[in-house]
Design a protein around this ligand. Structure first.
Ligand SMILES: O=C(O)c1ccccc1NCC(=O)[C@H](O)[C@H](O)COP(=O)(O)O
Length: 219
């Protein structure tokens, strides 16, 4: 089984090209003002146009209001909306109904008990993205380069996505231990916050492609 890859925090045509050349399945466009990866809808629209039909675009938002969702849906036209804040199942369902788009819901994880929160989104979100819980007081709810104990996802219902502190050196082990069918990276393919590196992107995609979840491997 092939594991899908999302490169998050793409900001420039050159990095979009690098992600597509490497064979990424999804690219994340971040709409969060405090982030070094933040884009306006006007900046993101040409990137999404260039990506269309080659790689799926994911609009990453944090507790968005209806106006932001409408602006992104009409101007950027992403394939997926990723909710990376404290959106309730009801709010998640409302955003799905408003946009008609596929929804990834990020669930912050520090310990095994956090994984159970995902059950509330079953039948609402199209994919759960388990991400490392940001430290208290952090500026960003994601994209912090922090990891958690991947093995605690072993019993999560599939298919789910995994992120948090992944890079080319650890992604194969993360897939093996967690059973994730999609892996998502931001800091691990950067040389500085917001500065993605084409070689690191290529290495990450290659490392993820070569891995398979342990319990899904043929015996
Ligand atoms: O990346 C950001 O700056 C960001 C800001 C606000 C909300 C979410 C954000 N990123 C979400 C992602 O999907 C990241 O890829 C994910 O958190 C993993 O990040 P990293 O640990 O840096 O690989």
């Amino acid at each position: 089984m092939t594991v899908e890859v999302k490169i998050c925090g793409v900001r420039t045509p050159a990095i979009l090209d690098a992600a597509m050349t490497a064979g990424a399945d999804f690219v994340g466009l971040v709409f969060f003002k405090k982030s070094p990866r933040n884009l306006s809808a006007a900046d993101a629209a040409p990137l999404a146009t260039a990506a269309r039909g080659r790689v799926k675009t994911v609009a990453v938002v944090v507790d968005p209001d209806d106006v932001l969702i409408e602006t992104i849906a009409t101007q950027v036209c992403p394939d997926v909306v990723q909710l990376h804040g404290s959106e309730t199942p009801e709010r998640t369902a409302a955003i799905k109904a408003q946009t008609g788009l596929s929804i990834f819901k990020a669930i912050p994880v520090a310990e095994a008990a956090d994984v159970t929160a995902a059950a509330r989104y079953e039948g609402i979100a199209d994919r759960i993205l388990f991400d490392a819980k940001a430290p208290a007081g952090a500026d960003l709810p994601g994209g912090n380069g922090m990891r958690f104990d991947w093995a605690i996802l072993g019993d999560a219902s599939a298919p789910f996505a995994l992120s948090g502190g992944l890079d080319a050196s650890n992604v194969a082990e993360a897939i093996r231990l967690s059973g994730a069918t999609l892996v998502d990276v931001s800091s691990g393919v950067e040389t500085a916050p917001g500065e993605k590196d084409p070689a690191l992107i290529a290495q990450f995609v290659q490392a993820a492609r070569g891995a398979a979840p342990e319990h899904k491997k043929a015996s």
